[in-house]
Design a protein around this ligand. Structure first.
Ligand SMILES: Nc1ncnc2c1ncn2[C@@H]1O[C@H](COP(=O)(O)OP(=O)(O)O)[C@@H](O)[C@H]1O
Ligand SMILES: [Mg+2]
Length: 368
């Protein structure tokens, strides 16, 4: 079998021992959701040299007897993985090979993701960055800005998740022109406890290229459970490079969690007196939860209000300004995602912000 992942000699990676291709596919998916690279051995002979150094070993039910016969040394963090309905779960052999757990798929998927995530040493985690976006008033351009950031990041080949945390926002999938795209939306993703299954998150959401979107469906208005937001961000940080969260102006518990998790937060404020007054209240509610809040001022400025004056009156740093772009409202009506062409004031500001946050420059010659 060809190697499924690059083997890096000095890094100690979790080891999967199986020659069952379906099981391997499932485990590789769960490893990806946990942000872990892994090594794969088809049988105990191939596993032997990596058995002891690996921080975690998962043995497929197909190889359990073989591992027992091969007399591989006892070790901690050894898990036997089986599949529900596939007969004997192998409790006996699990004990004989010294497995600490028998994990049955699919029920144990979230647990296995956690095991993979915990196996990644802290200094090698490449946790995704989280950006939160708020509007200073209704129609400020927050959702368009959030969409522009996400589109720009994906164009720079960053694995990006755009999260619509505003139940009344009209749907971020619409901002991207994605409402017809198949995939899960919030209501299907949260069960009664508000839990999110991390592998489902990365696998089952609408996606195009490097961009994945978690948005609303057109069904009943539902609150966004705070635990669902926490679990989503947790899973996304592991599996994505950048997470952009479009927040409601009226902060709910889920929004507060996102603000607290954010590496950077932006409030978008039109360059108008009344918008600045409204934004004062939004900022007063948001700032206590986020030390990195800064303002993006959007033109036009009918009263010639300067961006620096808006920022000063809000008591926030000025992150950037946006000149009005008539192509944006026109594009939205046609289902074109903001900043998709990589040109114009919005695209330029988003490119600067994404580069500052992630160190990744916009891919040259990538204009759509
Ligand atoms: N950068 C921009 N240039 C021109 N028009 C914009 C821009 N951003 C947003 N708009 C217009 O403002 C409207 C509201 O934007 P939206 O992002 O939905 O606001 P919010 O999410 O803050 O309520 C959009 O439908 C679009 O017509
Ligand atoms: Mg919005």
């Amino acid at each position: 079998m060809p190697p499924r992942t690059a083997v890096r000699p000095r890094r100690r990676l979790p080891l999967i021992v199986t020659s069952d291709d379906d099981l391997l596919d499932d485990l590789l998916r769960l490893a990806a959701a946990g942000g872990a690279e892994v090594e794969v051995a088809a049988d105990p002979a191939a596993a032997r040299s990596r058995w002891t150094p690996a921080p975690l070993v998962l043995v497929g039910g197909d190889q359990a007897q073989g591992c027992l016969r091969a007399r591989l040394p006892r070790r901690s963090r050894l898990v036997l993985v089986g599949r529900s309905g596939a007969g004997d779960p192998g409790w006996e052999v699990a004990e004989l090979i010294g497995a600490e757990h028998v994990a049955m798929l699919p029920a144990a998927e979230p647990w296995i993701v956690d095991q993979f995530a915990e196996s990644v040493p802290p200094h090698t985690t490449n946790a995704g960055r989280v950006v939160a976006v708020l509007g200073g008033r209704g129609g400020a351009g927050a959702s368009v800005f959030a969409g522009g950031l996400a589109v720009t990041a994906a164009r720079a080949r960053l694995r990006t998740l755009l999260v619509d945390a505003d139940p009344l926002g009209g749907g971020l999938d619409l901002v991207l022109g994605w409402e017809q795209l198949a995939g899960l939306r919030w209501p299907a993703l949260t069960d009664a406890d508000g839990r999110v299954d991390p592998p489902a998150l990365v696998q089952a959401l609408p996606n195009r290229g490097d961009l994945v979107v978690l948005s609303w469906d057109r069904g009943d208005l539902l609150p966004l459970p705070a635990p669902a937001m926490a679990a989503t961000l947790d899973a996304a940080r592991r599996g994505r490079d950048l997470v952009v969260v479009d927040l409601p102006r009226q902060l709910d518990d889920a929004a507060v969690i996102a603000l607290q998790a954010a590496d950077q937060a932006f409030v978008i404020v039109p360059a108008e007196l009344r918008a600045t007054a409204a934004a004062t209240r939004v900022v007063a509610a948001a700032a206590p939860h986020c030390a990195t809040l800064s303002v993006v001022v959007r033109g036009p400025a009918p009263g010639r209000l300067k961006a620096t004056e808006v920022a000063r009156s809000l008591g926030l740093p000025l992150a950037g300004t946006l000149r009005p772009e008539s192509a944006i409202p026109r594009g939205l009506e046609r289902g074109e995602a903001p900043a998709a062409a990589g040109r114009g004031p919005l695209a330029a500001l988003c490119q600067r912000i994404v580069a500052d946050l992630t160190g990744r420059r916009h891919a040259e010659g990538d204009a759509a």
